[in-house]
Design a protein. Structure first.
Length: 398
């Protein structure tokens, strides 16, 4: 990655347009120095992967082009520095709240568009071929400049959201403007179609998609459902945060009361879509699971995947260490040991938010990389289209 910034600046020179004129050089330099000084002073250790000398070298390269850059290119350059620092929790958040109206998901058989506005939806799953003439492989290469990719599951998680981020795609030289994109999609019969998407404010689009997978049938931080056909209790833990209507402790009491009444043969905890929060909220479940008759191999399961991150990863490790749970799914997006407990500061002119870590945490001492499941599951587009969840199906049938 020694040539990261060189490649970045080549890209930056390709994408300056009338849509985003260069900011005043003085304004960008003020943000650059604020970035360097605050990050160096506030991050618990910004120089584990790169030296202070390397940081200064990267800053000097940006200084040399500050008069030619627009704000998108500039923030992309700062993100590339963050990528070299190598901390998954630390990042630069662009202050542009727009999105391309599509949702993407990565399967074993490719990147597919899973939701579109109703006028563009064809009721079939289509593979994403290119964005403005750039293939998926080309897009991945460019985005590796700013997204950590040593853990491929972490990279794929962020790639799914990056593909509808017009500001990031523009800054990477993929879009000629941050306002629109031409997307080529391929149907199951091999035919292609091109759709034109205009960027909209985040949250302003209504989407059409396939029937929701079991994990997506309720939009609450935590909930449970009994599957009588399989005599299985399923628990979805979306976020390590408290609901306004019911505390986690209250819902957990109701859950284990239901387990006492229904006597399920299996208990499944789904952490695949949990990006973190407060790891301590989970303690009631962990305590009751340890005491339960379901704390046996073949009865207790934890689903993990590329979106399992931060506090949710801590909870998954607790289940693995303190119970007899079987882990099912994909390796986690979060690494077992690394930086966290984030704070942030805002750059004075671009108004970008810089998130940085304040603590190094060893979730599992002596381990490296992600948490690996006991049972590995591959996900395919055909199953998604038919509403089947391969990980949950595996648990139901074993």
């Amino acid at each position: 990655m020694r040539h990261t910034i060189f490649a970045l600046l080549v890209l930056a020179g390709m994408i300056t347009s009338a849509v985003a004129q260069p900011m005043r050089k003085e304004a960008l330099l003020e943000d650059l120095y604020s970035f360097r000084e605050n990050l160096s002073a506030k991050h618990i250790n910004a120089f584990t992967r790169i030296s202070q000398q390397r940081m200064d070298e990267l800053v000097q390269r940006i200084e040399a082009r500050a008069g030619e850059m627009n704000q998108y290119e500039f923030l992309f350059a700062l993100s590339a520095i963050m990528q070299e620092i190598g901390d998954m929790h630390s990042r630069v958040i662009m202050p542009y709240r727009t999105e391309l109206p599509l949702r993407c998901r990565i399967f074993e058989d490719g990147v597919f568009v899973t939701a579109l506005p109703a006028a563009l939806w064809t009721n079939t799953l289509e593979k994403l071929v290119s964005i403005n003439g750039h293939s998926i492989d080309s897009i991945k290469y460019r985005l590796q400049l700013v997204i950590q990719h040593e853990n491929p599951y972490y990279f794929n998680n962020l790639l799914e959201t990056a593909l509808n981020d017009p500001s990031l795609l523009y800054a990477a030289g993929i879009l000629p403007t941050p306002g629109a994109a031409d997307i080529v999609l391929q149907s199951g019969d091999g035919s292609n179609r091109t759709i034109h998407l205009t960027a909209t404010p985040v949250g302003n689009t209504s989407y059409t998609s396939f029937p929701a997978l079991p994990a997506f049938r309720r939009w609450e931080y935590y909930w449970y459902q009994y599957y009588s056909d399989y005599n299985t209790m399923y628990v979805q833990y979306w976020r390590c945060s408290e609901r306004k209507d019911s505390s986690f402790a209250d819902v957990n009491r109701a859950l284990f009361a239901a387990i006492g009444q229904l006597k399920p043969a299996k208990l499944v905890l789904d952490l695949r879509y949990n990006g973190g929060g407060n790891s301590a909220i989970f303690e009631p479940f962990l305590k009751d699971a340890r005491k339960s008759y379901l704390n046996e191999s073949g009865k207790l399961y934890v689903l993990i995947g590329k979106r399992t991150f931060s506090s949710a990863l801590i909870n998954a490790v607790q289940m693995k260490k303190q119970t007899r749970a079987t882990l099912v799914g994909e390796p986690t997006g979060g690494d077992l040991n690394g930086y966290g407990e984030v704070r942030d500061f805002v750059l004075p002119n671009t108004k970008a938010t810089v998130v940085y870590s304040t603590r190094y945490r060893e979730t599992w001492k002596g381990k490296t990389g992600p948490l690996i499941p006991d049972i590995s599951i591959n996900y395919y587009s055909k199953s998604f289209m038919s509403g089947n969840d391969e990980a949950l199906d595996w648990v139901f049938n074993h």
